[in-house]
Design a protein around this ligand. Structure first.
Ligand code: ADE
Length: 298
């Protein structure tokens, strides 16, 4: 069953958005909600066939009375030339770009000691540099003169991101980039915000994690104060709010859409060990040793 938006019909009539990674998971939910609210959406990702199939499916879900249309345009956001070509095609086809949602990204799970330079660079290039290219190009080609809204989708990396340190570093950098851009581009009437999702279940995310997927998602449920996983539609509604005039005084903000997960326990287990350097000698250490001394049997 398709989710319906809580926002008013026609809210984004005649607006134009680019959503990177717009064909799957969170990006697909954002694109569908925008389309349902009358926005024309350019969905972009690397895989042309998958993108075309997603666009076909979305077309079937646009109400006949809506002015919205969906256009799939393949682009590897790691390439500045491809990003320039994407923005230029959108302007040629639609003549404006009101919204940019930087959702395209990717990572793989690995402890740092096993991340090779190539894997590290690929994740930084996609998640950080790709976002930078998209922001810069959309700004210089359109928003500098006409204003607009940019949303960067990041992650729950507030306690570090053990097991996926590369993406944690990239997303934390995008969080900071969001604030810099919000300041630099305020005078053009551009608002820039970030959304940091908690653990979000989607069919695509399950497939990405392969056989680990089901276990990973089930395991993470107790770590949410909501005691359930989020779904892409719960990120999409936050993005639509931040894009809307209802958020006209919000810029440079990061909205955590995680049911409080980032305030709660970390999933990362630290094995018991005795590798830590001992605390400095003194009366407090003596008292601590006394406290921890095995109890003698009475
Ligand atoms: N999604 C994941 N990686 C991507 C890339 N390099 N370009 C566009 N979308 C992506």
């Amino acid at each position: 069953m398709a989710a319906s938006s809580v926002f008013r019909p026609g809210l984004f009539n005649h607006k134009v958005a680019i959503v990177t990674g717009g064909g799957t998971g969170i990006g697909k939910a954002i694109s569908l909600e925008l389309l349902g609210l009358g926005c024309s959406v350019v969905i972009s990702s690397r895989k042309a066939e998958r993108l075309e199939a997603a666009a076909q499916e979305m077309r079937g879900r646009i109400p006949t009375s809506s002015p919205a249309s969906v256009t799939p345009l393949p682009c590897n956001i790691r390439s500045e030339d491809e990003v320039k070509a994407l923005v230029s095609s959108v302007l040629k086809q639609y003549g404006r770009i009101d919204y940019l949602v930087n959702n395209g990204g990717g990572q793989f799970s690995s402890p740092v000691e096993h991340i090779a330079s190539k894997g590290w660079k690929a994740v930084i290039d996609t998640n950080l540099t790709g976002t930078f290219y998209c922001c810069k190009e959309v700004y210089t080609a359109w928003m500098k003169e006409h204003g607009g809204v940019i949303i960067n989708i990041i992650a729950d990396m507030w306690k570090g991101f053990p097991g996926m340190a590369h993406t944690g570093a990239a997303r934390a950098a995008v969080d900071n980039l969001t604030k810099s851009l919000a300041m630099e581009w305020a005078s053009s009437g551009v608002r820039v915000n970030a959304v940091a999702p908690g653990t979000i279940f989607s069919k695509t995310a399950m497939e990405n994690y392969k056989e680990l997927g089901p276990r990973l998602f089930k395991m993470s449920i107790p770590f949410s104060p909501a005691k359930r996983l989020g779904v892409p539609e719960e990120i999409s509604s936050a993005v639509c709010f931040l894009l809307s005039p209802g958020a006209s005084y919000i810029s440079g903000a990061t909205l955590r859409v995680d049911a409080g997960q980032s305030l709660y326990h970390s999933m990362w287990e630290i094995p018991d060990h005795s590798s830590w350097a001992e605390a400095p000698q003194g009366e407090n250490l003596d008292a601590l040793k006394e406290l921890l001394k095995p109890q003698s049997k009475l």
